[in-house]
Design a protein around this ligand. Structure first.
Ligand code: SAH
Ligand code: SF4
Ligand code: F3S
Length: 470
């Protein structure tokens, strides 16, 4: 018997080799290479996690298949931030069951935030017995090991950890884009906003070591990446728990020094922790993009208090003013929840007032969704559906009207644009992203993908531009 390494990531590289043998054997039986399809629900954290799953799957010999119905291994990386994200997964699982009956090599894996909820796993165990592997958010690095366990046991494999203090570095991952990448700087969340399930399913806040972050970005840059998106539920509290504490502003200054890196983005910023130092760094930086996502959630101080957001309407507006003064061409975006328990018409109008005062480039608007286990779920005065729907429609209209106006102000200017893809509808055009996160379509070909070029913005089409290279 071989000695299985105890240390990570060595242990996982051992299991990757072992899984490869099983996959090769199965492919031989099938008479063709085996394929996988990873579907991601939810936020950028999950998207980044999926890249890690794909990296492992490719290392063990699976090939990517974009059509889910054709794949031998289907993985859903799930989200549970709102109830509708949950329902979609159950619906699609029903279809997978039928596919599995036809394909003897088929495996189904479920992971991500939904799996961290015990009632979900119970339901899967009793009503979805055809699922092969279930794991959570804390142990995705063990994917190869779980695949080996599944091959060896021939039974449903479940491995969920309640929380972790572990961060495993240096595992394979496969980027979706050659020229840009998400980079985790921290995991988990300690804020416990009263409506939010994330702290329960992602665990306590842990920051990665700055050296590991810098090394990862340097490697990405050497591999052709020009833009990074630093990821965390609350990037502004980065570094507080490190052995040698470091602020997010300091981390940004270190990342700025990386030669060859052109653009830095980050999300998400919690208003309560956004420091003057960060504003100063954004003001002088040549690489940080002119875009800040600053979720307000509600404009009513009363509701913000019940949400446990720890800022008032006035503090939020002051912060916005400070940022706009320091970085005048900044684009601001936000998240808003409508229909939080106890929200009155007056509270709602306070939210509308914030929208009118800040004039966001865009806003993600959500109907409050009750998440079992959160404090808000048991609060009194849950708002009736018709009232919420009415407020939601009014909010959406206001948000859209303003963002069409705000978006239009750049018409006639020349902007630097990172070309991301060939246009979906017209292949004589390419689509690129400006520093402020707006999209522009202009004539070009695939050689431009991944390059930063100057584009003259000829016409605003509401939420995007048509342009021409300068
Ligand atoms: N960490 C980020 C948000 C992550 S969740 C932050 O603090 O900004 C993304 C968005 O989903 C939140 O900003 C919030 O607007 C929304 N959201 C979270 N829980 C929700 C719920 N229970 N109902 C409706 N929207 C919710
Ligand atoms: Fe959820 Fe609040 Fe944490 Fe964001 S900061 S993930 S909204 S608890
Ligand atoms: Fe969803 Fe989990 Fe992200 S609940 S929003 S995928 S952290």
């Amino acid at each position: 018997m071989t000695n299985i390494p105890v240390q990570e990531p060595e242990r996982q590289y051992y299991y990757i080799e072992k899984a490869k043998e099983y996959v090769q054997k199965a492919a031989k039986e099938a008479g063709r290479p085996l394929t996988f399809c990873v579907t991601t629900f939810g936020c950028q954290m999950n998207a980044r996690d999926s890249e890690k799953l794909v990296g492992i799957l490719e290392k063990i010999g699976y090939q990517e298949e974009t059509v889910e119905e054709k794949a031998d291994f289907v993985i859903y990386n799930t989200c549970t931030v709102r109830e509708n994200a949950n329902m979609r997964v159950y619906g699609r699982l029903g279809q997978l069951k039928r596919m599995k009956k036809k394909n003897p090599h088929m495996l189904i894996g479920l992971c991500g935030c939904m799996m961290q909820e015990p009632h979900v796993v119970e339901k899967l165990k009793t009503s979805y017995k055809f699922v092969d592997i279930i794991f959570g958010t804390h142990n995705i690095y063990k994917f190869a090991e779980l695949i080996v366990t599944r091959y060896e046991s021939q039974r449903m494999v479940i491995d969920i950890w309640k929380d972790t203090d572990k961060i495993v570095e240096d595992l394979p991952s496969e980027r979706k884009f050659a020229f840009k990448s998400g980079v985790n700087i921290m995991f988990g969340c300690n804020n416990f906003c009263s409506y939010c399930i994330v702290p329960y399913v992602r665990g306590r806040e842990r920051s990665r070591n700055p050296k590991d972050i810098i090394r990862e970005i340097e490697r990405l840059v050497a591999d052709g990446v020009v833009e990074v998106m630093l990821l965390g539920q609350n990037v502004n509290s980065y570094g507080k728990n490190l052995e040698e504490p470091m602020s997010f502003a300091q981390l940004l200054e270190e990342i700025e020094k990386i030669e060859g890196l052109e653009r830095i983005r980050f999300m998400t910023s919690h208003p309560k922790d956004l420091s003057d130092d960060l504003i100063a760094v954004m003001k002088k930086s040549k690489k940080i993009c002119k875009h800040l996502h600053l979720p307000v959630q509600s404009g009513s101080t009363e509701i913000l208090k019940k949400m446990n957001r720890r800022y008032t309407k006035e503090q939020y507006l002051e912060l916005v003013q400070k940022i706009k003064t320091a970085v005048p061409d900044i684009s601001l975006t936000t998240d808003i929840i409508v229909g939080f328990p106890g929200e009155t018409e007056e509270d709602f109008l306070e939210t509308m007032d914030v929208i009118k005062k800040v004039r966001y480039d865009s806003a993600f608007t959500f109907i409050y969704s009750k998440r079992t286990g959160t404090p808000a779920a048991t609060m009194e005065n849950q708002i009736p559906e018709d009232v919420v729907k009415d407020r939601f429609d009014r909010l959406l209209k206001e948000v859209q009207d303003i963002s069409a106006e705000v978006c239009g102000v750049h018409e006639g200017t020349v902007q630097s644009v990172l070309v991301e893809s060939i246009n979906d509808h017209d292949d004589s055009l390419v689509t690129g992203r400006m520093s402020n996160n707006l999209l522009v379509h202009f004539p070009g070909n695939e050689n431009l993908i991944g390059k930063i070029v100057n584009v003259h913005l000829k016409e605003c089409k509401g939420f995007y531009y048509l342009g021409e290279m300068d």
